[in-house]
Ligand binder design. Sequence first.
Ligand code: AQP
Length: 335
Amino acid sequence: APRVFSGIQPSGNLTLGNYLGALRRWVEMQDEGIPTVYCVVDLHAITVWQDPEKLRNAIREVASAFLAIGLDPARSILFNQSQVSGHAELAWMFNCVARIGWMYRMTQFKDKTAGKNAENSSLGLLAYPSLMAADILLYHATHVPVGEDQKQHIELTRDIAAKFNHDYGVDFFPMTEPVIEGVATKVMSLRDGNKKMSKSDPSDMSRINLTDDADAIAAKIRKARTDPEPLPETVEGLAGRAEATNLVNIYAALAGTSAEAVVTEYAGQPFSVFKPALADLAVAHLGPITGQMQRYMADPAEIDRILGAGAEKAAAIADPILARTKEIIGLISSR
Ligand code: AQP
């Protein structure tokens, strides 16, 4: 039976990239009536040091974003990863199935350790994809809506599932499919069209946060890096223009149209015309979400209650799958 799982890290402000690349699709899948399980992946966030007070706040902020964009705790299971201990337990078992070399080959690990001594990063950062595989397979999820950057980790999830099934001679874990769709599967930094927009980028000007107000959004788009040329007449004219391509794709994603349609509408116009139009569109979309998030954030006890209730529902699915996994491996699952 189909089941959707996805997660997002409470590692800073959620960005427009997280929203267009992943979160928006989550709501659509919920509304399509597929069973959906969505998680604040706090255990992933601590693969790099997080200030404890800020982390707690960030967990609640991500949960409030879930609610603000239209995820409904009556229809989707919304919870916090560390509150369902099966994630960490299954991750350990997968650490013993996956190979070290698989982890070193992950481009996210390479990116996150670029320019640093990788040997000095946490063991958790290296093992991150194994925990992600556990997140997904603990629910026997069949589909995972994610941005382009996570494709390699989903492929690794399949490799881990296949090796587990092979090593133990079972057909237990499913081959999960990534769902990567739309014009904004990889939103780029506003400061560098070759870098992904990321919540942990040190420059706040590189991203639009879901908590930014209208002035901040307008200022960031006005100052976004572009080349001096006007918008081209056709999409082919965007070739080699990473920053222009990014702004056109963001516009298209927000307007629910294609890059072609955007280029046709603004053919030959300078960025001094296009950027304010993009800013208006972004504010119109994000303003209501920001307002809702603030309302939910005003009641942290209610957020904690929703996450707690979600964790119980999640555990009800996870527990039998974990118990069966232990049995397959030869562990004694009952106490
Ligand atoms: N720039 C992006 N464009 C499209 N999708 C994106 N996603 C992230 N950035 C973009 C998607 O958002 C989901 C949640 O991501 P995550 O929190 O698990 O971590 P990430 O992919 O590492 O995203 P960030 O924002 O760059 O976080 P940090 O800076 O903490 O590493 C995923 O589905 C991701 O594809």
